[in-house]
Design a protein around this ligand. Structure first.
Ligand code: RIB
Length: 315
């Protein structure tokens, strides 16, 4: 039976353009090749989970504009249950303005719109979807009190919680004890704990900090190097997969959606992280957020093509 995944968070329309470089303050540069692409961290994680085989429900909010129905239809085409996505008549659908440089780096300005109108009451109205899920996925693209309420409901019924703390903001101290698995990247970890998390040694110390706050499985994503994990079995680095990077937008979301699905299926932590590393790498090798997200067969093919006996190393 498919793993049941419920995802709470933001659903966006991404306006993506190419730029030779990022503009300096006060400077106007010409972009090119504008494309409108479905995105948003929650929606990207949900689409990844659906493409790798999970039974997915999304809790979120859209604006009353042309984009809302398009994004809803897009999630439905992926086979996702959209029953708990509501429409807000007072504001616009979440939007992100993304500039891509030739090296594949991106710069994102997000205008959250209806995403910020998700309330704890809306989450409570969707509590059955959290209670029956094997895994709840949350990020920080909707109000913190809504995220915390979802985590509390999950905690009350034994649903595991995968917390991807992005975009980092606010006081998250009450959320860590409600977290089963956390997966910030090295930059996010540094902002949260106030110390660098870039070297393996520093990432291991950062993971210790998350464990001290109450997280069971503390993961720090390390980009192309893979990810460090610290749990009851100690610290390990699970190596990444090498691809030609085209656009990193959505790569972290692919990681979280794939990780949550494999853990909910009962995979061992290292195995789930290897799968998530491969999903993230696949997403980085293609353009856009949701257009880049891989299927299970594509993740499997990359893993088979880059098998390595030393993928998991003690840290
Ligand atoms: O993580 C990538 C996402 O961040 C984009 O799809 C964009 O919508 C922003 O929320």
């Amino acid at each position: 039976m498919a793993a049941k995944i419920t995802v709470l968070g933001n659903i966006n329309i991404d306006f993506v353009m190419r730029a030779e470089r990022m503009p300096r303050p006060g400077e106007t540069l010409m972009g090119s090749d504008l494309k409108l692409v479905p995105g948003g961290k929650c929606a990207n994680q949900a689409v990844t989970a659906a493409r790798v085989g999970a039974d997915v429900t999304v809790i979120g909010r859209l604006g009353e504009d042309v984009f809302g129905p398009q994004l809803l239809a897009n999630l439905e085409r992926e086979g996702i249950n959209t029953r708990y996505i509501t429409t807000d008549p007072t504001t616009h659908t979440g939007s992100a303005f993304i500039a891509l440089t030739p090296s594949g780096e991106n710069s994102i300005l997000s205008c959250m719109g209806a995403n910020l109108a998700v309330t704890p009451e809306q989450v409570e109205g969707a509590s059955e979807a959290i209670e029956r899920a094997d895994m709840l996925l949350v990020q920080l693209g909707v109000p913190l009190e809504a995220v915390q309420r979802a985590m509390e409901i999950a905690g009350g019924t034994g649903t595991s919680v995968l917390f991807d703390p992005t975009p980092v903001r606010g006081d998250l101290s009450a959320m860590w004890p409600l977290t089963t698995v956390s997966c910030p990247n090295e930059t996010e970890a540094e902002v949260i704990i106030g110390r660098p998390a870039t070297t393996i040694e520093d990432a291991a110390k950062a993971a210790e900090w998350f464990r001290d706050q109450g997280v069971d499985v503390a993961i720090i994503k390390l980009g192309a190097r893979g990810a460090l994990v610290l749990d009851d079995d100690g610290a390990r680095v699970v190596g990444g997969y090498q691809v030609d990077v085209v656009d990193t937008t959505g790569a972290g979301d692919a990681f979280a959606g794939a990780l949550g699905t494999r853990l909910a299926e009962g995979a061992a932590v290292e195995e789930a992280i290897a799968f998530a590393n491969a999903a993230g790498a696949m997403a980085a090798s293609r353009f856009g957020a949701q257009p880049s997200l891989p299927t299970r067969d594509e993740v499997g093919a990359l893993m088979a093509a880059q098998q390595a006996d030393d993928r998991v190393q003690r840290a």
